[in-house]
Design a protein around this ligand. Structure first.
Ligand code: RFL
Ligand code: PHB
Length: 406
């Protein structure tokens, strides 16, 4: 098998990259280790920055998002039983965000890829990237089992057999636990990392959201977040100790804890409903530099992870692949490597802004196990400052609605 761009991973990064390259007339093959249903159901991010919304629209992938997505003009910060709304358009000159789940973004991009794009091979695991330093890097992979929902002409797939995809470029969009990052020799890359002593217990509930915007709550018992997936489905999170088993929390315990942490001095109440999913997400900050080795490029979670407090993970992945697609198109049109050579540095500037913001939001709202009363007072003072100062509110609103791509 041969292609111009071999893409490992069909998460948001790999799927959008394939779409953008297709629109630029550049062929690609996407290899995805899991099956289609798994990718389409994996519950993750929920917030699209304005820039991400614009990119999806321009890529012809915005139709359902514009119909079903919910535009949000602010978030609520809750602390000391008080409520403070951060008004995005007022503070940023008109910007907002969109609530449209990652599962839906992936479904839309997969459907487009099958209708119009190149091969997308599910249940096909990349085993290694070879020859990244050469003109012709390769991906060694194993064909999947099952009936595999294959794109292109359907001519791929001998179950269990190993094969090689010959490429001009390889892009690792294979997430934090993928294989692509491992192809960068240890001495050439550098990793910056932080783990946190807490995690998020996330649930999906079949009940209308209890507020029309997201609520980020700081409480002495820990952080809580009220989010949503649709007008009838709520997404809720609780800070829990790292390593917590989701099964150790009963539904009743989860609702009671959410009520405590989200409680206000006014008559706001939390609506309860049946929980349909429960899982624990670890919290981590991680950046791999550079995001390139020879003709291998890393994009999205394969290169960087942020704690979810800033809602930045998916949006960073989108920024990376937009930058990379532009650079590959420039190379195809002009023969110049200039933008490809700038890829890593261009992305890393934005990545570190998101790392900084995600870290600050995490520190602002979570209770560390060793937090002292002094730390508690500082958190409340920071929140008071955001509530009381237009400059501080603007700083948060600008970062939350997104930094420019490129
Ligand atoms: P993804 O979405 O992880 O996709 C990577 C894809 O690569 C496949 N893969 C391979 N395919 C072939 N061969 C191999 N050897 C492969 N190894 C892996 C995987 O099956 C997968 O389909 O990365 P991408 O595209 O970079 O997208 C990034 C976003 O998914 C991510 O930043 C966010 O979802 C992060 N994140 C969250 N962000 C938020 O803003 N809000 C959230 O609530 C939120 N929840 C989450 C999250 C990430 C999680 N992870 C990574 C464990 C919850 C979880 C559980
Ligand atoms: C979500 O809806 O899953 C979500 C929203 C905002 C975040 C993190 C997750 O900061």
């Amino acid at each position: 098998m041969r292609t111009t761009v071999g893409i490992i991973g069909a998460g948001p990064a790999g799927l959008l990259l394939a779409r953008l390259l297709h629109r630029a007339g550049i062929d690609s093959v996407v290899l995805e280790s899991r099956d289609r249903a798994y990718v389409e159901r994996r519950q993750r991010a929920g917030i699209l920055e304005q820039g991400t919304v614009d990119v999806l629209r321009a890529a012809g992938a915005g139709e359902r998002m514009d119909r079903e997505g919910l535009r949000h003009d602010g978030i609520e910060l809750r602390f000391d039983r008080r409520r403070h709304r951060v008004d995005f358009p007022a503070l940023t000159g008109g910007k907002s965000v969109m609530v449209y789940a990652q599962t839906e973004v992936c479904k839309d991009l997969i459907a487009l890829q099958f209708d119009e794009g190149g091969p997308l091979l599910f249940e096909t695991e990349a085993l290694a990237v070879e020859g990244a330093e050469t003109e012709h890097p390769r991906v060694r992979f194993r064909h999947g089992g099952g009936d595999g929902a294959y794109g292109g002409d359907g001519a791929y797939g001998r179950d269990g057999a190993e094969d090689v995809l010959e490429c001009d470029y390889v892009v690792g969009c294979d997430g934090f636990r993928g294989v692509a990052r491992g192809a960068v020799p240890a001495g050439l890359g550098r990793t910056f990392e932080r783990t946190y002593p807490f995690a998020w217990l996330g649930v999906l509930a079949d009940v209308a959201p209890s507020h029309d915007e997201l609520v980020y709550a700081r409480h002495d018992r820990g952080f809580a977040l009220l989010s949503m997936r649709s007008p009838s489905v709520s997404r809720l999170y609780l800070q829990v100790p790292a390593g917590t088993d989701a099964g150790s929390w009963s539904d009743e315990e989860i609702w009671a804890e959410l009520e405590r942490r989200l409680e206000t001095a006014d008559d706001w109440t939390l609506r309860r409903g049946p929980l349909t999913q429960k899982s624990v997400t670890p919290m981590r900050s991680h950046v791999h530099e550079p995001m390139r080795h020879g003709r291998l490029f890393l994009a999205g979670d394969a290169a960087h992870i942020v704690p979810p407090t800033g809602a930045k993970g998916l949006n960073l992945a989108v920024g990376d692949v937009v930058t990379l697609a532009r650079a590959l198109a420039h190379r195809t049109r002009t023969g110049s490597d200039e933008l490809l050579d700038a890829y890593s540095a261009t992305c890393l500037r934005r990545v570190w802004q998101a790392e900084r913001f995600s870290y600050d939001m995490t520190a602002l709202l979570h209770r560390a196990p060793d937090a002292t009363p002094f730390d508690d007072r500082l958190q409340l003072a920071r929140l008071d400052r955001i509530a009381g100062s237009r400059a501080a509110g603007t700083d948060l609103a600008e970062a939350y609605t997104g930094f420019p791509i490129g």
